[in-house]
Design a protein around this ligand. Structure first.
Ligand SMILES: Nc1ncnc2c1ncn2[C@@H]1O[C@H](COP(=O)(O)OP(=O)(O)OP(=O)(O)O)[C@@H](O)[C@H]1O
Length: 559
């Protein structure tokens, strides 16, 4: 465009008898061709770079978050807000390519336009200063909006979670039956409106600043243009110069607006880049502390907890206090206690999902914190009450319990057999090939108990775990089947070859009595440890619980 404007100037000068018309035509044709070429090549380059940047960033965020060996970053609000900012603004990072390409383009064009214009009169440089002010105002406004967005991130996250509950097929039944849909929607809209109010206020402040600097620029622009035109009219410069100023000043205004827009976008990008850099550093720091030790091939003594105390990140009081406990190799331990006693927390610590706040966990005498988390997890298998419902063909939904063997049909069959799930699969329309879950053609949904049995089969893929966690994995399975299943574990049919420890959490005492050892947790402390008979004969929590449940079975009412 600069070449085109310069071509017009030479043409006007030639027409008024001051230059060469052929040079003017040559300039005009060359400049038009160059503009078209840059446009085509630039668009193609932009599209390719954008696509690559998008997939790179998605992959980078996932790699960084999954490389952290624990899960605290999902639970600490400050960390969760930052990660949510990155995930919610991936587009900003993707735009960075656009900003770099367009920004460079504008910078080069701007310098060239100004260089040409100052040859007409140096006063034009004042526009540069004012354009700089507009850029600053734009950036500042955008930063204000981002700060407001960050402040309201907790509300945005909560609204997102409620939206998922309102929309996910899994929760549709409960939401409909309880008539919650309207209330949920109302809450979501309120949260979104509260979050928006903050950003709208910041946006209004930014707009006022942009209007003020824009007005100053407009006044100066008009004044300078009038001044130069006036000079040309009065013979202090060629008519071509006046045409050049007229044409380029339009372009300069376009550039000033463009750069201001870039500054707004760039401010957003830089903020998200700062969060991404923080995530990179956080992930790096957490990984730097990762141990490299290997777990033992099999257990001889067992797993020992010594003075283990644990408080969740940000919690005022510990959830577990001074736990001293030995889980003998090859044994099945039943972990019992009221809701909130700390049972799931204890097994999460054993899985290495959180390090203890104080004390240590020893695996055959080796500190768990000295074992590489990945290596430990290849020797751990866990089934939780709310196990993931993988919407995959049965073979995959079970096979992924041991990634190396996931296509091994024999191994999948064996795992299903161990948890007595073969009949259930045989009754499916396409057996192992049946696709599970709603919302896909030909897919079949399972009942809550059937999904749990499938999760047990997935866990049974692993034949040599040192630790097998069963955290209420049979809560949706009928008591009789649960007892039959637990018996499989206590008989060693599922246990595997490494003499590992099985920790079973259940509220049903009919299963608990099969365990080798019962551990009763009460308010984060160990209340009792022993065999069922010893505990029943005592006068502690377990005896009370036992009396209560047996009385309820006998009379049909709580004792
Ligand atoms: N991620 C978390 N962040 C903060 N506190 C938590 C977290 N998870 C659990 N807690 C708290 O820790 C305490 C123990 O919870 P935990 O899930 O270990 O109990 P539980 O014995 O397994 O209970 P239940 O029988 O209901 O499953 C509870 O008071 C709970 O509020």
């Amino acid at each position: 465009a600069l070449g085109q404007a310069f071509g017009v100037k030479v043409l006007v000068d030639a027409v008024t008898g001051d230059g060469s018309t052929s040079l003017a035509f040559a300039l005009l044709i060359a400049a038009t061709c160059a503009t078209l070429l840059f446009e085509v090549a630039g668009t193609a380059l932009w599209a390719t770079l954008n696509e690559r940047m998008d997939s790179y960033i998605q992959q980078r965020v996932l790699t960084l978050t999954t490389a952290v060996p624990h899960i605290a970053h999902h639970e600490r609000p400050d960390l969760a807000d930052r990660i949510s900012m990155i995930r919610g603004n991936l587009g900003e990072l993707q735009n960075s390519v656009t900003f770099v390409v367009d920004g460079l383009n504008m910078l080069v064009s701007g310098i060239a336009v100004l260089a040409v214009l100052t040859t007409v009169h140096p006063l034009v440089l004042l526009l540069l200063v004012l354009a700089g002010l507009r850029v600053w105002a734009s950036g500042r406004g955008a930063r204000g909006i981002l700060t407001a967005t960050e402040k309201s991130q907790a509300k945005t996250r909560l609204a997102g979670q409620l939206e998922e509950i309102a929309a996910a097929p899994r929760y549709a039944t409960e939401v409909r039956v309880s008539g919650l849909a309207a209330t949920l929607l109302d809450r979501i809209l309120t949260l979104r409106a509260e979050a928006r109010r903050e950003t709208e206020r910041a946006a209004a402040r930014g707009l006022a600043l942009r209007l003020a600097t824009g007005l100053a620029y407009g006044l100066a622009y008009g004044g300078i243009l009038t001044f130069i035109m006036n000079r040309a009219i009065h013979g202090h410069g060629s008519v071509g110069d006046a045409a050049l100023v007229l044409l380029l000043s339009v372009q300069l205004e376009g550039l000033a607006q463009g750069v201001a827009g870039q500054a707004r976008g760039m401010a957003g990008t830089l903020r998200v880049v700062a969060h991404l850099m923080w995530l990179t550093e956080y992930s790096g720091q957490e990984q730097a502390h990762i141990a490299h030790g290997s777990p033992p091939a099999s257990l001889h003594r067992g797993i020992e907890l010594r003075g283990v105390t644990f408080a969740y990140p940000g919690a005022a009081t510990p959830t577990l206090r001074d736990i001293n406990l030995t889980l003998p190799a090859g044994s099945v331990i039943a972990l019992v206690g009221e809701n909130g006693a700390g049972k799931s927390t204890l097994v999460k610590l054993l899985c290495g999902l959180y390090p203890p706040t104080a004390g240590e966990i020893l695996i055959d005498g080796q500190r768990l914190t000295d074992i590489a988390p990945d290596a430990w997890r290849t020797r751990v298998t866990a089934v939780f009450q709310d196990a993931v419902r993988y919407k995959l063909p049965v073979t995959d939904a079970v096979g992924i319990g041991l990634l190396d063997d996931r296509q091994d049909i024999q191994a999948v069959h064996a795992a299903l057999h161990r948890v007595d799930a073969e009949r259930m699969i045989d009754s499916l329309p396409r057996g192992l090939e049946t696709r599970l879950g709603k919302g896909f053609a030909g897919a079949v949904d399972l009942s809550g108990g059937q999904w749990q049995r499938l999760a047990l089969a997935r866990s049974a893929m692993r034949r040599d775990p040192l630790l097998r966690v069963l955290d209420e994995p049979t809560s949706a399975i009928d008591p009789e089947s649960e007892v039959a299943l637990v018996r499989q574990y206590t008989r060693g049919d599922i246990q595997g070859s490494a003499n590992g420890v099985t920790v079973l959490i259940t509220h049903r005492l009919s299963s608990v009595h099969l365990a080798d050892l019962i551990v009763v947790l009460d308010n984060g402390r160990i209340a009792e440890v022993g065999a069922q008979q010893d505990l029943i004969e005592g006068s502690g929590i377990f005896a009370e619980l036992f009396d209560l449940q047996t009385a309820a079975y006998r009379t049909g009412e709580p004792g």
